[in-house]
Design a protein around this ligand. Structure first.
Ligand SMILES: C[S@@+](CC[C@H](N)C(=O)[O-])C[C@H]1O[C@@H](n2cnc3c(N)ncnc32)[C@H](O)[C@@H]1O
Length: 202
């Protein structure tokens, strides 16, 4: 299991990072997005997004590949609506249509290959119920971000490729926002649009 380097340990645990992620990324991105009751968060790390997201849902499953980080997170959120599990987002151990929403924040650029990033998105699509929503954000490629990731996985996804992959996976409604960072909201085809409906409309 790949651990993030010391820069992440320092920055991602800081109150400044949590404030940035919550106020500048999550707030605007999810202002008009209903996350439903059951949310799966991929790669929660120290939990900056978890602590904001958990107030928007009944139950949040936080799936983290780093066992040490997961243990810390479980201690932090003990007795809350957060359930921490150790697992790999490229191969989820949940049946199809288990969640209303899936979230991945500052996580995709830690997934080493495009094929594995595709697997994360495909698994997200699989475990979402029809009409469920995938939400996420990530850093855009830059020289300083590359430097920050010395001796660590650094594979920022190209926004145009992300859009293409999400479309290929059958997400029906897509918003990709590019600003300081990359953020996205992608909804799976809803139950009201299944084959058969609209036959009489022709
Ligand atoms: C930079 S941290 C981001 C933490 C948090 N989401 C945030 O935005 O502050 C990325 C996290 O993703 C986790 N991660 C990387 N690949 C993963 C995978 N395949 N499955 C689950 N978690 C993964 C890493 O262990 C790390 O904790």
């Amino acid at each position: 299991v790949q651990h993030v380097n010391e820069n992440h340990a320092r920055v991602c645990q800081s109150p400044e990072w949590a404030a940035y992620l919550q106020d500048e990324v999550l707030g605007p991105l999810l202002a008009n997005v209903d996350l439903g009751a059951q949310l799966l968060e991929l790669g929660p790390g120290p939990g900056a997004a978890t602590d904001w997201l958990r107030h928007r849902v009944d139950r949040l499953v936080a799936l983290e590949s780093d066992a040490e980080a997961a243990a810390k997170l479980a201690a932090r959120f003990g007795g809350t609506n957060v359930e921490v599990v150790v697992g790999d987002a490229t191969a989820l151990d949940y049946p199809a249509a288990s969640f209303d929403s899936v979230g991945s924040f500052t996580m995709l650029h830690h997934v080493p290959t495009l094929a594995q990033q595709h697997a994360v998105l495909a698994e997200s699509a699989r475990v979402l119920r029809p009409g469920g929503v995938l939400v996420g954000s990530d850093s855009l490629a830059s020289a300083s971000l590359h430097e920050f990731h010395a001796d660590d996985v650094y594979n920022p996804i190209d926004p145009a490729i992300l859009l293409t992959l999400l479309r290929g996976l059958g997400f029906a409604e897509l918003t990709v926002h590019l600003g300081h960072a990359l953020s996205f909201v992608a909804r799976t085809q809803g139950p009201d649009r299944e084959a058969g409906r609209g036959e009489d409309d022709a």
